[in-house]
Design a protein around this ligand. Sequence first.
Ligand code: GLY
Length: 325
Amino acid sequence: MRRRTFLLRGAAAGVGFLASAGVRGQEGSGRTATELPVIISTWPFGKAANLEALQVLQSGGTALDAVERGVMTAEANPAISTVGYGGFPNRDGDVELDAAVFDGSTLDGGAVCALTGYRHPVQVARKVMENSPHLILVGQGARSFAEEQGFSAEETLSDGARAAYQKWLKKHPDRLGAPEGHDTLGQVALSSQGSIAAACTTSGMAWKLPGRVGDSPIVGHGLYADDSVGGCVATGMGEEISKVCGSFLVVERMRQGATPEEAIEEALDRILMRQGQNPAVQAAFVALSKSGAWGAGAIGSRFHYAITRGNQTEVIEVKPQKRRG
Ligand code: GLY
């Protein structure tokens, strides 16, 4: 299989959640909240994650607690085919999960890649940050660490994901069908105390090669946060997001004075510079500044994000941007 064919496919699993999420049509996606906390997440299923994160903050939890608990909502939901239990497997039928957390107060983080056998990789990622001298653990090492930390192994292939895999296998008995879908749940929270944290969780691409890792668990690619500037998370084709160090780029442009929306436009434009207007390349970012301004942007296809400020949560649609200039 040619590498190009292998990569250039995308699907927006989150769109299935639109009806229940109460989506608002597109408006300018750059805004400033007048009330803290502010929480932003990718995709309509980010709404449940935001509501959970808000509850954690309202109960006295930190921004890091909030994003960890927030993204766990999708990890537990078998109806979401791109995250946690429910995530579609790799081409061998194994669900390999990637997740990361990053704390903008300490610039510390933790991540797991290609973790099998645990439905909440984000919890393991946080333990990597807190209970190991490392930033990232992968594969069998991540699995052994999860066991050592007291997590119980569980079935991670949901009935729906198993059925989808069987169908795919029938169509592609050589297991060389193109990977599909990469709708990461990424979340950034700005607490009332001014702390910013970010988390990402994903099963990566369905039918990927075993061992493939995208942007989501890589600090600076799928997520980044710095209390003195803001935070950003990504979703979409990890290979392309990683090539521009997407989330770090957005935060650094904000540090230089760009609004979240301007910074995101620039990062997406960098991806488009490599890819032209190829509509098969789907990527999106959401970002928050330390002052509560937020932005979102996408290329390739429509994108939806969930935003919470104060007690109000809504899902907003963003149309894909074209290459500038
Ligand atoms: N953005 C998710 C992935 O590419 O794995």
